[in-house]
Design a protein around this ligand. Sequence first.
Ligand code: NAP
Length: 282
Amino acid sequence: MSLSGKARVAGVMGWPVAHSRSPRLHGFWLREYAVDGAYVPFAVAPDQLAAALNSLRALNLAGVNLTIPHKEAAFEHVDQVSDLAAEIGAINTVTVGKDGVLHGDNTDGFGFIENIRAAATGFDFSAGPTVVLGAGGAARAVCVALLGAGAREIRLLNRTQVRAEALKDRLGQSLIVEPWLGRNSALADAYLVVNTTSLGMSGQPALDVDLDQLPTSALVNDLVYAPLETPLLASARQRGNVVVDGLGMLLHQARPGFAAWFGVEPEVTDALRAHIVSDLTD
Ligand code: NAP
């Protein structure tokens, strides 16, 4: 639709930003809900982040998403931070308040939980052990979200074990660090398995894990969404596990920002998913 003089404007700041799927995603919702608004990519170099975030106030923008490399640096340049963003250590959504106050939040964990709940209605995160593979930025959001959703035992395995230990130091006793070499046996009696490593992405080797000890009742989730069906998900599906791909996390994490900026609670639908899938080339 065409914009009026009252149009709300939001966007995504990254460097580079051309790879971001967010303009396509928010653009779909803006059309779907006939919102008088726009969502645009902003290529913001790291040394311009402070100026760019300040300009949100000057331009009366609604807010922005932040992507690599701005998610951590943004803490220095916003006025308020949600408890979740502080706990995760990264900001992916900034909202400009009425008085120009910049509020930083993190919605990745919300997207992770909602993706699994949408795919497996009634899924109980407290019902058994969760195995999290990887301990990078995505794993931080996943572990915080799992704890918030009631997970009682998280087995955390990362190639570089000190990174997993640092996450445990940050988040507490419910995390149990196990050696990367023991990843096959860590799956025994698991209820949920989450791959947060970049393995399995197009152009990357597959995650090398043997699922023999994993109960077939366990749910397997991969954060990687290009390809949609990673080798991990393909082998889990083949042996009868319920599998959930990573695209839904990307779609659901966008909901809170859209609602705050444009005043409409958007839905993740098959049509939205198809719209994003049609553009997944890598
Ligand atoms: P990151 O901070 O760079 O972490 C990468 C992780 O992958 C680390 O745990 C790293 O282990 C591990 N890894 C990389 N190469 C490996 C290898 N050859 N063998 C074993 N482990 C390896 O990245 P991130 O931001 O956490 O993102 C991780 C993945 O999640 C990416 O594929 C990203 O696209 C995806 N993601 C998806 C969503 C979504 O919405 N679906 C959201 C966020 C992220 P080391 O510590 O040993 O290097």
